[in-house]
Design a protein around this ligand. Structure first.
Ligand SMILES: Cc1cc2nc3c(=O)[nH]c(=O)nc-3n(C[C@H](O)[C@H](O)[C@H](O)COP(=O)(O)O)c2cc1C
Length: 517
């Protein structure tokens, strides 16, 4: 025994290295059958896989320039991080953007900015920016709702996000006076920390699911009655990253708690179907919306990504003829994010936000319906200049998903579908979640929302207005070539926005339906 140990200890370190390499080479050539490169180039072939695996980080940290990455480049991420931490989010020396580039957005500033009158709400709170429209007012719902913030947390379920992330978002919206959309996974205890909630469900009906897998009105009414902080209900028809695909929650993310909330099995992929069981055509969908609104008293809206318009035309015709229909419509852009989706869908199915929204808004406006609907936009709109463009086009409110994630620490690792999120946000692993300091992260979300609103108000004032609802299509231009060819939004998208009735910020502040009341 001693002589064997003596022999082993006499082998030099490089001898051990050679032995290990020899074992790897034998395995590569004779035993593993799945990698051709490793078989043909034993040992060195591994370098390729390793370099490929660290490639994204290398490019992100060392190679990509400030404006290069997608979905969000370093400047955009940096602005959110700095705003969330209340750090200096200015840039020095001037823009580093090519402002002559195609598709660049210009906001036409007034000769003299809007001047705050004495005792204006902004002299007390420079972040006060509620929605100029009230959800459910036209349809005379029992509990109309005016969102107290134009920026809110978009649908992201407990399941796709961790418990600590959901809790941080909920506590954050409470501080910021915004609302929190539950996403498809039902209402969880983590959504119930005092923030306003928009309850969202899709074809899986999680949280309001009947025994046959369809929709249960009984459960819906019970849920709303037991949770008065639910302010509105959103029926998901589709989302930009995967329209017509239904939801996907990978089995790796289904813990016992999530399985219990959703009524599904632990560890098994949850695939919700593309179609709703509760309705199969547009008139049935309108009836469904009306029944939920009647039973709960809440405003009810729909969320969708836009492609073909024929069924939307049918919806507009029904709304015009009957005076019924959704109180709000959330338009998600094809550039929208997801917890998990096939790239063929995420990259190609449904229109980008500007094209989809302009098509849809024009359609409702032509029928004289735009005033009675609250239009919500989502799809990388969580930046004040983009928000100005969205409002000029007719959006009344914004939902942000990934921007909200970044404000609480997401580093855009883009592995939400694997349960390996390093920031503890899009994972159910306890260890990585434990890194989330909920009080700190909720403050950061709130601070991002407040900074966003402050900067959005400043841009609005620069354009000569009091509230962004006053932005018109002619206030924004998009570069198509030199200035003589740059086109106002109205000429590009061929409609004028309907003016939003606005009686001043004080009127919004005094509104009895203002969020949280
Ligand atoms: C992790 C994650 C989960 C999501 N879950 C849902 C969902 O349950 N239902 C839904 O309609 N949209 C869902 N979305 C889409 C977002 O709500 C939003 O519409 C989209 O990401 C565009 O907003 P953004 O560009 O601000 O991220 C999810 C997005 C992400 C990133």
């Amino acid at each position: 025994m001693d002589s064997k140990l003596d022999f082993l200890s006499s082998i030099a370190w490089w001898g051990w290295l050679l032995i290990v390499l020899l074992i790897v080479a034998i395995r590569d050539i004779f035993f593993q059958k799945s990698h051709t490169i490793s078989h043909n180039f034993p040992i060195v072939g591994h370098l390729r896989y390793w370099l490929e695996s660290i490639g994204p980080e290398m490019r992100q940290y060392f190679v990509a320039n400030n404006r290069e990455e997608l979905p969000f480049n370093r400047i955009e991420r940096g602005w959110i991080y700095a705003s969330a931490k209340k750090e200096n989010n200015y840039e020095g020396f001037g823009t580093d953007r090519d402002i002559y580039a195609h598709q660049h957005i210009f906001i036409n500033n007034a000769m003299m900015p809007y001047k705050l009158p004495e005792n204006h709400p902004h002299t007390v709170d420079h972040c006060f920016l509620p929605c100029a429209k009230v959800m459910g007012e036209f349809n005379k719902r029992k509990r109309p709702y005016r969102p107290a913030s134009v920026i809110n947390v978009s649908a992201m379920s407990f399941g796709s996000l961790s418990a600590k992330a959901v809790e941080s978002l909920n506590k954050g919206v409470k501080i910021a006076g915004a609302y929190h959309n539950t996403g498809e996974g039902g209402l969880s205890p983590h959504h119930s920390h005092g923030g306003d909630v928009v309850f969202h469900f899709g074809t899986g009906y999680f949280g309001v699911r009947a025994k046959d897998g369809g929709f249960s009105m009984e459960k819906m009414v019970k849920l709303v009655n037991e949770n008065p902080f639910i302010r509105a209900i959103e029926v998901k028809l589709s989302q930009g990253a995967k329209p017509g695909k239904g939801g996907v929650l990978p089995g790796a993310k289904i813990t016992e708690e999530i399985a219990a909330i959703r009524g599904v099995e632990v560890g098994k992929d949850v695939l919700s179907p593309p179609n709703h069981k509760a309705f199969s055509n547009v008139p049935e969908m309108v009836d469904f919306i009306e029944k939920i609104a009647e039973a709960t008293g809440l405003p009810v809206g729909i969320k969708a990504a836009i492609g073909k318009l024929d069924q939307w035309k049918e919806l507009a015709d029904i709304m015009k003829a009957t005076g019924k229909g959704p109180d709000f419509i959330t338009v998600d852009g094809g550039e929208g994010g997801t917890g998990a989706a096939p790239p063929s869908f995420a990259d190609h199915v449904s229109l980008p936000w500007v094209y989809g929204f302009s098509d849809l808004y024009k359609l409702f406006k032509d029928k004289g319906l735009s005033e009675r609907i609250v239009f919500i936009g989502s799809g990388k709109l969580g930046f004040p200049a983009k928000a100005a463009m969205a409002f000029a086009m007719g959006a009344d409110c914004l939902n942000v998903a990934r921007e909200a994630m970044m404000s609480i620490g997401c580093i855009q690792a883009q592995i939400c579908h694997t349960n390996r999120c390093p920031a503890g946000i899009a994972t159910q692993k306890k260890w990585t979640q434990n890194g989330i300091n909920v009080p700190l992260k909720s403050e950061r979300l709130a601070q991002y929302f407040k900074t966003f609103r402050k900067e959005f108000i400043e841009i609005t004032h620069a354009a000569g207005y009091e509230h962004p609802c006053q932005f018109k299509m002619s206030d924004i231009e998009i570069n198509v070539d030199d200035h003589n060819l740059s086109k106002q939004l109205s000429r590009t998208y061929k409609y004028e926005k309907s003016p939003v009735p606005f009686k001043g910020m004080q009127h919004l502040k005094d509104c009895m339906y203002l969020g949280g009341n």
